[in-house]
Design a protein around this ligand. Structure first.
Ligand SMILES: *Cc1c(COP(=O)(O)O)cnc(C)c1O
Length: 435
């Protein structure tokens, strides 16, 4: 947030250039590469100077739990990739979604939640945040406007959904959701982890706030757990001041600062930084932010390759006799093909899912025979990896419960990497030969 050199560069370059150049802009004689500010604290000449920082009267760093220069440069890059006005890093994708919602919700409030969000997000909202007094209504993202409208209440404060759902691979109809959220005077928050800003920039379709698990494609190498929140700056908090009083009335814990008055379009991210990060402390380590930045530099090269490989693998699977079904929104004939063409014409993501004839046991046997492709609890890595939700992430459920949760017992979640697609297909072929 304090990167004074940002504006001269912002948004004038194409996304490939931003991946490389945004964020850190060294001055004369400074390091060419983003430095790791491995420091908890920052030195000042006078007590008064530091006092002003605590009162938010001056901008500057004072303690890494709130802000760190390395983190801020990387947040700035993600902000420019998404086309937002302010951004922050968090310790994980979970923390990003938690802060994004909790920044504008408190006990007694209500959230409209898409049913197909990532399991961790689903638990966060329906179990943990429920204990904090925040209720949610779960909606089918494919429901029509009339049905969706009924989910809203007087105390609804936001809508939360995913651009491409993990692992259901449902593509969100952004314009439908933005229209309904705005008609009810609340922002639309979208987790853009799977699509990444390379394939889709949700702000262009009316989304107000974007979150990321940077652990996935942004890092891309399975090195660092991390998250990010980006604000478009478009939602008018002051217009619905009663609803969002945390932003529009004085914060007594900061000597009465009113975020919307003092920080304008940066109100939401400033509040999340100085209030939530101060009190809850889910900061990303500067070392992880440094590694994330290296991942971001090649995001624009990796994402198209993931998509190209995923389409090849999905098309090959579709032709195979042993395969019962394939789900990939990049495949013609997929339920979400048209929506994907509209909102992410250059590609969707590298994750596909499929089931084998013979069901659950056959799926497991197949996975055990893979040699190149590794069984890991991860997606969106440069290396192809695979997971069987019924045996792993959803292991405690029986078949009936699995189907209710939208996870078919035979579903194999297959995250296609950036190796040579022929090698990936050959590995699948030899594993299929065993079953
Ligand atoms: C993985 C994931 C998360 C959680 O992120 P972590 O970095 O693992 O905390 C949230 N949303 C989506 C879509 C994810 O894939």
């Amino acid at each position: 947030m304090n990167n004074e050199n940002t504006n001269q560069y912002s948004n004038q370059y194409s996304i490939e250039t931003k991946c490389i150049q945004s964020g850190w802009h060294p001055k004369n004689g400074e390091p060419r590469v983003l430095p790791i500010y491995q420091s908890t604290t920052y030195k000042y000449e006078t007590s008064d100077e530091m006092g002003k920082l605590f009162d938010l009267e001056a901008e500057g760093y004072f303690y890494t739990r709130l802000q760190n220069p390395t983190n801020d440069m990387v947040a700035e890059k993600i902000c420019e990739l998404e086309g937002g006005v302010a951004a922050m890093l968090t310790s994980s994708g979970q923390a990003a979604n938690y802060y994004a919602v909790f920044n504008i919700c408190e006990a007694g409030d209500h959230v409209v939640l898409s049913s197909t969000v990532y399991g961790g997000t689903f638990n966060l909202l329906t179990v943990t945040m429920k204990k904090m007094g925040i209720e949610c209504t779960i909606v089918d993202p494919d429901a029509d406007e009339e049905t969706l409208n009924k989910a809203f209440q007087e105390n609804t404060k936001c809508v939360l959904a995913e651009s491409i759902a993990n692992p259901a691979l449902v593509v969100l109809d952004f314009e439908k959701f933005a229209k309904i959220a705005h008609a009810h005077g609340v922002p639309l928050i979208v987790d853009n982890t799977f699509a990444t800003p390379i394939n889709c920039r949700p702000f262009e379709y009316g989304v107000d706030i974007v979150t990321h698990s940077t652990t996935k494609y942004m890092d891309g190498h399975a090195m660092c757990v991390g998250g990010a929140i980006v604000d478009s700056g478009n939602f008018d908090w002051a217009k619905y001041g009663d609803k969002f009083h945390g932003l529009t009335t004085p914060d007594e814990s900061y000597h009465g600062v009113t975020y919307t008055e003092k920080f304008g379009k940066k109100a939401y991210i400033t509040k999340a930084t100085v209030q939530l990060m101060r009190d809850l402390g889910s900061i990303q380590s500067p070392m992880n932010a440094f590694l994330l930045n290296i991942g971001l530099e090649t995001l624009h090269l990796r994402v198209p390759r993931h998509c190209e490989n995923a389409l090849k693998v999905a098309s090959w699977l579709e032709q195979n006799d042993k395969v019962a079904w394939v789900n990939y929104p990049g495949l013609k004939g997929n339920k979400y093909y048209e929506l994907a063409q509209k909102y992410m014409p250059n590609g969707t993501c590298g994750v596909i899912s499929f089931g084998l004839k013979g069901g659950r046991d056959v799926s497991v046997a197949f996975m055990d025979h893979l040699k190149l492709v590794a069984i890991v609890t991860h997606v969106a890595d440069a290396r192809t990896c695979v997971l069987h939700p019924a045996s792993h992430t959803h292991r405690q459920m029986n078949d009936e419960q699995l189907i209710e949760a939208g996870v078919q017992p035979d579903l194999i979640r297959f995250s296609v990497g950036i190796e040579n697609a022929d090698d990936i297909i050959a590995d699948i072929e030899q594993a299929l030969a065993h079953i």
